[in-house]
Write a protein that binds this ligand. Structure first.
Ligand SMILES: [Zn+2]
Length: 526
């Protein structure tokens, strides 16, 4: 592949330029990972080498670090509307949300280089890439010994912290949006409306035989888009990883057994709630992929596996761009009549899972690290629990109504990209109200005590004055809005304490449902 030569010399100079253009991981033979300054320097040098990228500023971290995002496409697009007009899938690639999990950042930088200056260039003819290589910039630079920040991970010796600069786990913040990183990323995502969201992590769970495990969105409010990624796209990527890279990957999970000597009880995925980025994306009707490199293989192998996995995703997305665009469009138009607000594991499917046999060991800490690896792998047929189904459903009304004092709720819904309107006139009519039967307060998490409401909808009336908020569900994010606003939702606004001051046992919750459109003029909130 011929590469641009900036020096005006024959292209013999190119290998030297590329050799100089290495990540810190490559330069140190995988002894170290990139700092925030390294990442900015690397991206800067790609630009200087004529990579044809656009570098933007996602926002500032709590400790004042610039969080960059990079647009890469051929021809380059500089605005979301232009990206949409190309008809190519927009792919959002995010690394480093948990900053001790470092290989995604390295792999994302290497891919950016190889896609813009190297042999992968033709791929950028078919996709538009938005890359956030160092999402948790503060966590990244809180370097410390791996034995403390990522116990059990196989290199590099010094890595950053999981939490952001304020102590938030950014991959639990997608609904409540308390961290500036989350709000900034939601703004970018609302603007670019990516067809596919990829979130790069490292897992330190069970001992298994895969260099990387993956998942689609797990919320039971699945969609044609999410079903496609889970049932067609990811299994194909799995085959390609085996055929082209000799790397085994599988659906994310951990062995169910408390006693790892017996592995036959099954393999189980994690959590369906949309506080997690890939579940949030799935619930919003877009495709998403969680990538979890395996903590118990060395750093170089993890970077390699993550690089190959993302590369195969990009290749398949390029080949399947028409399918991806049409399924996302169909999902935007999809208007289900009910929303799953509680979930439970769906029945399992028997599958072969590769386990590493381990023996008891008094050393180490944590549920998985008290085992000694043997290097012996065994393929075992077992039940695989890889998805969730509804445990409770609610009817989706024409609209939800909220009194004017809930402006914080309205602001959060707007920040989530949901259309919120204000009534321009008074309206009295029949609504449904949610009677609270019981209220369970969960344990403390990031300054919140989660609220779990039991209760039921019943008939009521309202006299709404001008200024009441209204959320019509006939909008692309209508299902997502219903999930957030339903009081019994397992990860909604009530869960995250937005209604704490007014919730009482035996009283109605403040969110009202109108089963028919509210016949009053209204104005969209900016
Ligand atoms: Zn993680």
């Amino acid at each position: 592949m011929r590469l641009p030569c900036l020096l005006g010399l024959a292209c013999l100079c190119v290998p030297h330029i590329l050799a100089a253009q290495q990540t810190r991981a490559e330069r140190t033979d995988y002894a170290e990972t990139s700092s925030h300054a390294d990442v900015l320097g690397f991206v800067d040098s790609l630009q200087r080498l004529g990579a044809g990228i656009r570098v933007g500023r996602l926002g500032l971290s709590p400790q004042g670090r610039v969080i960059p995002y990079i647009i890469a496409a051929r021809p380059l697009v500089d605005a979301p509307a232009r990206a949409a007009r190309t008809g190519k899938p927009v792919i959002y690639l995010q690394a480093n949300i948990h900053a001790g999990e470092v290989e995604g950042k390295e792999a994302a930088l290497m891919l950016l280089r190889d896609l813009t200056l190297g042999s992968l260039k033709p791929l950028l003819d078919s996709v538009v890439l938005v890359v956030v290589p160092i999402y948790n910039a503060d966590g990244n630079d809180a370097f410390g010994p791996e034995t403390r920040n990522r116990p059990g991970q196989k290199g590099p010796a010094s890595v950053g912290l999981r939490a952001n600069g304020q102590g938030f786990d950014l991959n639990r913040d997608y609904l409540k949006q308390e961290a500036p990183e989350t709000r900034a990323a939601a703004g970018l995502i609302n603007a670019w409306d990516p067809d596919l969201f990829i979130d790069l992590h490292t897992t330190d769970g069970s001992y298994h035989g895969y260099v990387l495990t993956y998942d689609a969105g797990l919320n039971p409010n699945s969609s044609p888009a999410n079903d496609y990624i889970r049932d067609k796209f990811l299994p194909e990527v799995r085959l390609r990883m085996r055929a082209r890279h000799k790397q085994e990957v599988f659906s994310y999970g951990n062995f169910r057994n408390a006693d790892p000597d017996s592995l036959i009880l099954g393999w189980e995925t994690y959590d369906p709630r949309p506080r997690f980025g890939t579940n949030w994306t799935g619930l919003r009707g877009r495709m998403s992929i969680l990538s979890e490199a395996y903590s118990h293989v060395d750093f170089r192998t993890r970077v390699d596996a993550t690089y190959n996995f993302v590369l195969e995703i990009l290749r398949l997305a390029a080949a399947e761009k028409a399918t991806i665009k049409s399924l996302n469009l169909a999902t935007s138009r999809y208007r289900p009549d009910s929303v799953a607000v509680r979930s439970t594991l769906a029945p399992p499917t028997p599958m072969d899972v590769i386990a590493e046999i381990t023996t008891r060991d008094a050393e180490g800490s944590g549920p998985f690290s008290r085992r000694r690896q043997t290097g012996v792998f065994k393929t075992i047929r077992m039940p695989v629990f890889d998805r969730f189904e509804a445990a409770r459903k609610e009817v989706i009304p024409a609209a939800y109504l909220l009194a004017p004092q809930y402006s914080e709720v309205a602001a959060l819904l707007r920040a989530q990209g949901i259309e919120v309107r204000r009534l321009g006139g008074a309206w009295s009519g029949a609504v449904e109200q949610f009677q609270v039967d019981s209220l369970i307060v969960e344990s403390l998490f990031e300054g919140h005590r989660g609220i779990r409401l039991e209760g039921r909808w019943g008939p009521g009336t309202v006299s709404a004055v001008p200024g009441w908020f209204m959320v019509n569900t006939d909008q692309p994010l209508g299902l997502f809005a219903a999930y957030l606003l339903e009081p019994a939702s397992e990860d909604g606004l009530a869960t995250w304490n937005f209604f704490d001051r007014v919730l009482r046992r035996g009283q109605p919750a403040p969110v009202l449902r109108a089963r028919s459109p509210v016949p009053v003029p209204s104005e969209m909130l900016p």
